[in-house]
Write a protein that binds this ligand. Sequence first.
Ligand code: SAM
Length: 189
Amino acid sequence: GYRSRSSYKLKQLDEDADLLGHGDTVVDLGAAPGGWLQVAAEAVGETGTVVGVDLQRIEDLDEHDVETIRGDMTEERTRHYLREAVGEGGADVVVSDMAPNMTGEYSLDHARSVHLARQAFDVALELLEPGGDFVVKVFQGEDLDALRADVSEEFEYVKTNSPPASRDASSEVYLVAKGLLTAPVEIGD
Ligand code: SAM
């Protein structure tokens, strides 16, 4: 069985947007307790690679080729370990289910969620290969549109998705960004 109910959210996002492919390298940010890691590992198979990062320790998974890093994604040190784990080949998919500790003060929780989402966006731009996909959870609020606009500049298209498995839970949505664009080539001199 899956470690968390969250697993079904990634399954639904994948069914909707065709994210996870056989042999892919997938980076999962905010991966504990490991439900998304299980779904990703199944999808990429033995030839794929999955790397998960979380503040919390993630118990070992049965699946092969799942590497986990314990660390804070807002720290450069953690990003360094993540770059090493992903290697030269880069990533095909970066997913982030990171969420702040809830204070109950809505605007603060929203701001922290957007901050984490922007960290994930930076990491996606750094690690993804051209054509790669990015999924990020964010709590709805006033800064969501600006985040979505920034993400959409870098990808072929972006959708805002609220998978059925997460509809009961609050105000979270997922931005699903497909196809990282390559930087435009400057022609002439
Ligand atoms: N997708 C996971 C699963 O299927 O098991 C559930 C993820 S849970 C909703 C959100 C996670 O984000 C928490 O485990 C939390 O520790 C992690 N998180 C929050 N801030 C983080 C940060 N700065 N760096 C790394 N992980 C973080």
